[in-house]
Design a protein around this ligand. Structure first.
Ligand SMILES: [Zn+2]
Length: 223
C-alpha cells in the first residue's frame, strides 16, 4: 500500500507545484516585476528533482504542463527545455540544501541598484526595514559576467552558502526561499526595498542598527 501511495503523493505534489509556478509567475509578470521572457523560477521536488521555467518562456503565460522537469542530477528530463539560466539555480541549491525554491528576475529597481557606483559589494542595500532583514538579509553583489557564462554560476556558488539572496551586477537578483511562496515574497521585498533605497538616496536615511538586525536574524531565521 505504501509502495502504491508514495508515487501518487509525488505526482500530486508536482502538479500542485506546476500550477503554483504558473500562478505566481503570472502575478509577478502582471505587476511588472518581470518583462518579456526574462526571469525564471525553480522548485525542488520531494524525489530530489526540480521543476524549472522553460527557456524563452514569458512568466505571465506559463503552461503548467510544459514547465521543465530536471532529474536529481539537474539534467533535463521532461517538459520544455529549461531556462538558459538553470545553472544559476543549481549553483544556489548546491550550497543551500534547505532551500526549496529560487526566483531570478530582472526587476527594474533591483537592477538599478546593481548598476550604482559606490554601493557596498558585501551588502548592496542597507537594512531599511525589519521585513527586508527577515526575508533578504545581507545582499552581496556578484561581479558582472556575460549571461550564460558558467563562471557566473561559480561566483554565485561562492556566496550562496552564506546568503539566501545575491544581486548580479547589471543583471538582477537571485533569491532562495524554503518554498516557492517564501522565495517570491523575498524577491518582492527586495524589489520594494531597492525602490525605497533609490527614493532615499542622498537623504541620509536612518537604517536599523546592527543590534536591531542581529535581533531579527536570531528571531526569524530564513531557511
Ligand atoms: Zn537573468
Amino acid at each position: 500500500m505504501s509502495d502504491h501511495k508514495a508515487p501518487s503523493a509525488h505526482l500530486g505534489q508536482e502538479s500542485q507545484l506546476r500550477e503554483q509556478i504558473a500562478t505566481l509567475g503570472k502575478s509577478l509578470f502582471d505587476r511588472g516585476l518581470t518583462m518579456g521572457s526574462s526571469g525564471n523560477i525553480s522548485v525542488r521536488l520531494d524525489d530530489g528533482g526540480w521543476l524549472m521555467t522553460p527557456t524563452n518562456a514569458c512568466l505571465g503565460r506559463l503552461d503548467p504542463g510544459s514547465i521543465s522537469r530536471l532529474d536529481v542530477n539537474g539534467d533535463w528530463q521532461g517538459g520544455d527545455k529549461p531556462t538558459k539560466e538553470h545553472f544559476l539555480h543549481m549553483a544556489m541549491y548546491a550550497e543551500r540544501p534547505r532551500s526549496g525554491a529560487i526566483v531570478h528576475l530582472h526587476s527594474t529597481h533591483s537592477v538599478a541598484v546593481s548598476c550604482l557606483p559606490g554601493i557596498d559589494p558585501c551588502d548592496c542595500i542597507p537594512p531599511l526595514t525589519a521585513y527586508y532583514v527577515m526575508r533578504v538579509g545581507k545582499l552581496p553583489l556578484v561581479p558582472y559576467h556575460i549571461p550564460g557564462d558558467p563562471s557566473l554560476g561559480d561566483a554565485v556558488r561562492g556566496l550562496a552558502g552564506q546568503h539566501s539572496a545575491v544581486l548580479l551586477a547589471n543583471h538582477g537578483p537571485v533569491v532562495a526561499g524554503k518554498n516557492l511562496e517564501a522565495a517570491v515574497y523575498a524577491t518582492e521585498e527586495l524589489e520594494e526595498t531597492a525602490k525605497l533605497f533609490l527614493m532615499l538616496r542622498g537623504e541620509n536615511p536612518r537604517a536599523l542598527t546592527p543590534e536591531q538586525v542581529a535581533e531579527l536574524e536570531a528571531r526569524f531565521p530564513r531557511d
